[in-house]
Write a protein that binds this ligand. Structure first.
Ligand code: B12
Length: 211
């Protein structure tokens, strides 16, 4: 099972075949992160085809399903053997108005396998739920995903709401998603940004003072 084939299975939306293909690649000893990378390349191509109007919403939905099937197999294999003893608590979620959760789920799995304690609020999460969860758990880090240009402003809403209730300097806010970059993230009030989930874990470790 080569990486190009895995990328192709995502692009061709082979929802019934992807799990077996990922399993085969793992059985051959391929690195789980390289497999993840080949799947992400496929998702990027799906996005490009959608932009070019070669694919429509049905295909986007199916691509999402295909990625989820792949991830069911891949998730345990991404587990890090070098588990940290410190259980830093992290709240993750996708911002209000946004129903993309694949990237957020990948980040969550990687964080979990790196020894963090994760509270996943899901998608379409507003500032009040985040505040509630911080108070309930004492989480030190909030990691938010925003995939839509339209919803990145929600990061600012969360930042302001945290300030209003006096929690802003008690938590670190890290964000990610394609419409964001470090400059925009900081402008919106976040402390940090990372391009992808693997880098996200490194940044979060730094924010938590682990590395
Ligand atoms: C699958 C998909 C969907 C699925 C989502 C399924 C699901 N459960 O997530 C469905 C069909 C629901 C969907 C709907 C829509 N979508 Co859509 N979708 C995509 C697609 C093809 C892939 C997204 C994805 O999962 N990528 C794979 C993951 C692994 O990547 P990722 O999310 O970027 O995450 C990585 C990094 O960004 C980072 N990361 C992400 N979050 C975080 C958080 C932190 C803290 C950190 C550190 C890192 C991090 O790490 C991740 C892994 O490395 C993208 C195109 C693309 N290539 O991105 C369009 C895309 C995001 N969608 C788009 C659009 C327009 C829509 C719709 C508005 C379409 C419509 N007309 O209805 C709706 C919006 C619905 C809503 N309210 O949210 C646009 C957004 C354009 C924009 N900039 O605003 C895109 C870019 C397509 C395009 N090229 O036009 N979509």
């Amino acid at each position: 099972m080569d990486f190009e084939k895995l990328t192709e299975l995502i692009i061709e939306l082979e929802v019934d075949d992807i799990a077996d293909a990922v399993q085969e690649a793992l059985d051959e000893g391929k690195d789980a992160f390289d497999i993840l990378n080949s799947l992400t390349i496929g998702m990027d191509e799906v996005g490009r085809r959608y932009e070019e109007k070669e694919y429509y919403l049905t295909e986007l939905v199916l691509a999402g399903e295909t990625m989820k099937e792949a991830f069911k197999i891949l998730r345990p294999a991404l587990a890090d053997s070098d588990k940290s003893e410190d259980k830093v608590k992290i709240i993750i979620g996708t911002v209000k108005g946004d129903n993309h959760d694949i990237g957020k789920n990948i980040l969550g799995s990687l964080l979990l396998s790196s020894g963090f304690e994760i509270y996943d609020l899901g998608m379409d999460v507003d500032e009040n739920r985040i505040i509630e969860k911080i108070r309930e758990t004492g989480a030190e880090i909030v990691a938010l995903s925003s995939l839509l240009t339209m919803t990145v402003e929600q990061i600012k809403v969360v930042h302001e709401a945290l300030k209003d209730v006096g929690l802003r300097d008690k938590v670190k806010l890290i964000v990610g998603g394609a419409p964001l970059n470090m400059e925009l993230a900081k402008k919106l009030g976040a402390d940090d940004f990372a391009d992808d989930a693997v880098d996200g874990v490194k940044h979060i470790k730094r924010l938590a003072g682990i590395e």
